[in-house]
Design a protein around this ligand. Structure first.
Ligand SMILES: [Zn+2]
Length: 266
C-alpha cells in the first residue's frame, strides 16, 4: 500500500508509508529540516522522471513512480532489452542529478547565498548540491541494483550476452553489498545493514529474473533472439554484431510488442 501524491508527466507518483521512518526522526530529531527533505525527494522524483521520460522516447511507458526511504522506483511497463535503450535509460537518472548540480553551481556563481542575509540559503543550496553529487555518483556504481549495473550490463551484453553480463553486474552488486554489510555490522549501523541486505537481495532478484528469461528463451517459449533485439517503435538498431556499434538506435518506423511490467529500481 502506498499513498498517492499526484501525477507528473502522466505518471502517478506514490509515497511508501515506510518513508515516514526517515522523515519523522529527521524532522523531530533536528538532524534535517523538513524543507531539505522535501527538496531532496523532489530531486529523487526528477531522477526517476529522467528514467521514465527517456524510456518513453523508446516507446516504454512508466506505470508509476514510488518513493521509498532508500530512494525512488520507476516501474516500467517492460524492460528495455536492447543494450542501446537500456544504456540511455539507465544514464538518464544520474544525468538529472548532475544537471541539478550544474544548475546549483550556476546559482552559486550568480552570487545567490553569498551575502550574510542569504547565508542560510547558500548552505541549503550547497547541501543540496552535495547530495545530488552523491546520488549521481552512487547510482553509477557499476553493480546491480544501481543504475550503473544496467550501464555495465548494457555495455557487456554486446560481447558476453545478456545472461553473462547480468551475472557479472549482479555478482559485483552482491560483493559490494557483503563488504558494506560487514562494515555496517562493525559500526552497528542498522540502517546501513538494512541497505546492504536490500542491495544484496535486489542484485540476486535481477539475476534470477534475467536467467529465467534466458532459460525460457532457449526452450523456445520465451521471447526469441529477434524479439530480444527488437527495437522500440520508431527505432531500429544500427548493427546487431559485436561491440558498441549495436548500442546506437536510429529512427525508422516499426511496431513493438508490450510484455509484462517490471521494476526499474532507484
Ligand atoms: Zn536511477
Amino acid at each position: 500500500m502506498s499513498w498517492k501524491l499526484g501525477r507528473v508527466a502522466g505518471i502517478d507518483l506514490f509515497l511508501h508509508p515506510t518513508f515516514l521512518l526517515v522523515l519523522l526522526p529527521g524532522v523531530f530529531g533536528g538532524g534535517l529540516s523538513l524543507l531539505f527533505i522535501l527538496a531532496l525527494f523532489g530531486c529523487v522524483v526528477l531522477h526517476e522522471l529522467g528514467h521514465a521520460l527517456m524510456a518513453r522516447r523508446f516507446g516504454i511507458e512508466t506505470l508509476d513512480i514510488t518513493l521509498y526511504p532508500i530512494g525512488g522506483v520507476a516501474r516500467l511497463e517492460r524492460m528495455p532489452r536492447a543494450p542501446g535503450a537500456e544504456l540511455l535509460i539507465a544514464l538518464a537518472g544520474p544525468a538529472v542529478n548532475f544537471a541539478i548540480v550544474a544548475g546549483l553551481m550556476g546559482l552559486g556563481l550568480l552570487g545567490l547565498g553569498a551575502s550574510d542575509s542569504t547565508a542560510f540559503l547558500g548552505d541549503f543550496l550547497d547541501s543540496l548540491m552535495v547530495v545530488n553529487l552523491v546520488l549521481g555518483v552512487f547510482n553509477l556504481i557499476p553493480a546491480f541494483p544501481m543504475d550503473g549495473g544496467r550501464v555495465l550490463r548494457a555495455l557487456l551484453s554486446g560481447w558476453l550476452g545478456r545472461a553473462r553480463a547480468t551475472t557479472i553486474a549482479a555478482t559485483i552488486g552482491r560483493g559490494l553489498a557483503m563488504a558494506f554489510g560487514i562494515y555496517a555490522l562493525f559500526h552497528l549501523n542498522l540502517l546501513h545493514m538494512a541497505l546492504a541486505a536490500f542491495i544484496y537481495l535486489a542484485a540476486g532478484a535481477e539475476e534470477r529474473g534475467v536467467l529465467a528469461e534466458e532459460r525460457q528463451r532457449t526452450h523456445g517459449d520465451g521471447p526469441s533472439e529477434r524479439d530480444m533485439w527488437s527495437a522500440p517503435p520508431g527505432y531500429r538498431w544500427v548493427h546487431r554484431g559485436q561491440g558498441v556499434w549495436q548500442l546506437a538506435p536510429i529512427v525508422v518506423t516499426t511496431s513493438g510488442s508490450r510484455p509484462s511490467p517490471s521494476s526499474w529500481a532507484s
